[in-house]
Design a protein around this ligand. Structure first.
Ligand code: BES
Ligand code: MN
Ligand code: ZN
Length: 488
């Protein structure tokens, strides 16, 4: 990860970045961001003239390079920051990570009194857009290794920088886990990565349940889904338990390390990216590690039910009836609706044993998410208006996206089964809604304090775009690390 330093001023760098603000309504004339105290006078004069000369508009993320051969700095980069709000600076950071990727070091001249949110956006944009997945893109690593932020008062931004760095580091961890091929990433491997990351934090506790323990305690959904694979299932329980915490949140993440669909096997195009089917588990684990790194004063317990949904003679079948943790039974007409079966166990366990104040789950649950909302937006469900509003606000502030969807009462009847308590895969349209209604059946007393996000769509980016690099996005880590600190 590239190293970002806060410096107060005036070393003479080789590459100097100057922010350009757009004017109301966009277009020319834009203006060099006022009050850049770190600039030598000659550079300031020249850069001021460059703004109209390059026809810079200040649009967030627009970059204009300018060469100054034989002089220092040898290169100026004008970068648009829009109106100068956090999203504008985030776009600028992402654009600089790409435009500056052949430099080894750049210095960014920050305006005096720039608000901490701007620094947060800039740093997250830089660190997220410069991400590459080590396995497949080793040759494509950006040269850019050091970024100096020239500010008048470095101490003022120290915590902002730390928080943005932890957020980016954890988002990158979630991306790494999700991008990893399923030949490497089985449930045991995932659990070992969590163990590795959690070691050394005194208030972080980890328990990994193996198949025999899952059987002894009745986790029938996890065992059924994991039963077809040579790599057995696991349940990761990671607990950040700081002294004095007044609120307890349980985060649950779907952890299917590969989803073939099982006996109800997926066709080739639909199966292609199913190594990403543990993106929910990656996000909640990474967010919990982030909460620990930042010592957030809230207790966070993460549950990641991990299984590979494979095809074999020991795979569960369409029409099987399985008994979940706590005793509720499901008729499983389609073995490709496996995510809800593992989540059901984890939710029921959280409600019965952990009894948190709030219960949140993130899952790559249905293809219907993208049908309804496209490729960038998660589908959010909750009966609790205040909780939904708070989480949506955090998602928006973090630069991610979700849209609240209904838990339509009229559809509950589709969950009825003649042979079990619930029917797991009704084929009635509204697939994301029905999956959410199914999960709700396992929330017990916490029904009004539960929130679910179907994040199948935004968990993956087909192409580089702003702070996203193609592949896994780490969706949810940034949002959770915005929301958790508001709980106090
Ligand atoms: N993992 C898939 C959902 C998915 C699809 C995630 C596309 C990311 C991209 C899930 O397990 C699944 O197969 N869902 C089925 C449910 C159906 C059988 C009720 C689906 O969406 O078709
Ligand atoms: Mn499936
Ligand atoms: Zn799945």
């Amino acid at each position: 990860m590239l190293a970002i330093r806060l410096v107060d001023g005036a070393e003479r760098p080789d590459v100097l970045v100057l922010p350009v603000r757009s004017v109301e309504g966009g277009g020319v004339p834009a203006a060099l961001s006022p009050d850049l105290p770190v600039l030598p006078d000659d550079v300031l004069t020249e850069a001021t003239a460059l703004v109209p000369a390059t026809r810079a508009t200040g649009r967030a993320g627009e970059v204009h390079p300018h060469l100054r051969p034989g002089r220092t700095p040898g290169r100026l980069l004008l970068v648009g920051i829009g109106s100068g709000d956090e999203p504008g600076w985030r776009a600028a950071g992402a654009a600089l990570a790409r435009a500056g990727s052949n430099e080894t070091q750049i210095t960014i001249a920050m305006p005096a009194d720039v608000p901490p949110e701007a620094v947060r956006g800039l740093v997250e944009g830089l660190l997220l857009a410069s991400y590459r997945f080590r396995l497949t893109e080793a040759g494509d690593t950006p040269a850019l290794a050091d970024v100096d932020l020239a500010v008048t008062d470095p101490a003022r931004y120290a915590y902002t920088l730390e928080r943005a760095e932890v957020t980016a580091r954890m988002t990158r961890l979630a991306r790494d886990l999700t991008n990893t091929p399923s030949s490497v990433k089985n449930p045991q491997w995932f659990a070992e990565r969590v163990e590795e990351a959690a070691t050394g934090h005194p208030d972080l506790h980890l328990r990994v349940r193996e198949p025999d323990e899952l059987a002894a305690e009745g986790f029938g959904g996890i065992l059924a889904v994991g039963g077809g694979s040579a790599s057995g299932p696991r349940l990761v329980e990671l607990d950040w338990r700081p002294a004095g915490a007044r609120t307890h949140v349980v985060l649950v993440g779907k952890g299917i390390t590969f989803d073939t669909g099982g006996i109800s096997i997926k066709p080739v195009p639909a199966m292609k990216l199913m190594r990403k089917d543990m993106a929910g588990a990656a996000a909640v684990v990474a967010a919990t590690l982030g909460a620990a790194a930042l010592r957030l004063p809230v207790r966070v317990t993460t549950l990641a039910p991990l299984a590979e949904n494979a095809v074999s003679g020991s795979a569960f079948r369409p029409g099987d009836v399985i008994t979940h943790y706590g005793g509720v039974t499901s008729e499983t007409t389609n073995s490709d609706a496996e995510g809800r079966l593992v989540l059901a166990d984890a939710l029921a366990y959280a409600v019965a044993e952990l009894k948190p104040d709030l219960l949140i789950d993130l899952a790559t649950l249905t293809g219907a998410n993208a049908v309804a909302l496209g490729k960038r937006t998660g589908a959010l469900y909750s009966e609790n208006d205040e909780l939904a509003a708070d989480v949506l606000a955090a998602i928006d502030a973090a630069g991610e996206a979700a849209w609240r969807m209904p838990l339509t009462a009229d559809y509950v009847e589709h969950l009825a089964s003649e042979v079990a308590d619930l029917y797991s895969a009704p084929n009635q349209g509204g697939g994301s809604v029905l999956a959410a209604l199914y999960l709700r059946e396992f929330t017990g007393d916490l029904r009004q304090r539960w929130l679910h996000v179907d994040m199948s769509a935004p968990s993956w980016a087909d192409a580089d775009s702003a702070e996203l690099t193609r592949g896994a996005t780490g969706w949810g880590v940034r949002s959770l690390l915005r929301w958790l600190p508001t709980l106090g």
